[in-house]
Design a protein around this ligand. Structure first.
Ligand SMILES: Nc1ncnc2c1ncn2[C@@H]1O[C@H](COP(=O)(O)OP(=O)(O)OP(=O)(O)O)[C@@H](O)[C@H]1O
Length: 244
């Protein structure tokens, strides 16, 4: 079996501001006077994980357990405080669609911008440009600034750009919003076709039935630490015990 994703000793620290700063001026004054106080908070602690090629891994855990933080680190959106990540092949992070969009630029311009954020070369985006527009069904709105899009339109464009590669690793969030029911169906069909090709999947969800339907393996996170890892049936049992 080949490894698709290797997470080694990953820890993530956030500095939680423990006081209210009302404006930028106040922030700078407090900053210079060294009056800013932070509480250190470790959202992930010493996470080690090896995901085999073709595995579909569910990430389970209560609110605040660190699930999204782990996915963002694997997707390269967040840099871990400690540890390292290796991802083999192309990755399609379907997390916060369009988080890298620029509101003042048109949809067409954002295809290049967001494509660059996802690490696609310019030539590749140019080649796939029409396909992206076609999938997004934005028609003439593609030349309108993003600030005039509805949230559904933004996520449609985000999905169309993020799935233009044939990914080796697909990162999915249960709460992924991709527009109306009709467009959602089209996205689900696209995701299913990636599943059929044997893509490696990382899936975050609070719905155990949904995780059981999609995944063969799972991990259970608690307060930033992995407390169970293995076959979906075994981890489900532990998760049910914890949540009942
Ligand atoms: N940018 C940030 N700054 C400070 N704290 C953060 C930041 N992002 C996440 N956290 C904290 O890290 C912890 C883990 O958050 P994360 O979003 O990974 O949890 P989760 O398991 O995905 O939760 P949920 O099920 O509620 O979506 C939380 O306590 C959260 O408050």
């Amino acid at each position: 079996m080949k490894t698709a994703v290797e997470v080694s000793n990953v820890s993530m620290r956030f500095n939680l501001s423990s006081q209210k700063v009302d404006n930028l001026k106040e922030y700078f004054i407090k900053f210079i006077k060294r009056e800013l106080k932070y509480t250190e908070f470790w959202a992930l602690r010493n996470v080690n994980l090896s995901i085999e090629k073709g595995d579909r891994l569910g990430i389970l855990g209560l609110n605040g357990a660190g699930k999204s933080t782990l996915l963002k680190i694997i997707a390269g959106v967040l840099k871990p405080t400690e540890g390292s990540i290796v991802v083999k092949g192309k990755i399609a992070p379907l997390l916060e669609l369009g988080a890298g969009f620029e509101p003042e630029y048109t949809g067409a311009e954002n295809i290049y911008l967001y494509g660059a954020v996802l690490g696609y070369p310019k030539d590749f985006i140019a080649e796939k440009y029409n396909e992206i527009i076609e999938f997004s069904e934005l028609g003439k709105f593609i030349n309108v600034p993003l600030k005039n899009y509805s949230s559904g339109m933004k996520s449609r464009l985000g999905f169309a750009i993020a799935t233009i590669v044939e990914p080796d690793v697909l990162i999915l969030d249960e709460v992924l919003a991709v527009g109306d029911a009709k467009f959602k169906k089209k996205c689900e069909a696209k995701i299913q076709s990636m599943f059929d090709k044997g893509v490696t999947v990382l899936f975050v969800s609070h719905s155990l039935p949904q995780v059981q339907k999609i995944c063969n393996k799972a991990i259970l996170l608690e307060k930033g630490e992995i407390i169970a890892v293995g076959e979906i049936a075994d981890v489900s049992r532990i998760y049910e015990e914890k949540t009942s």
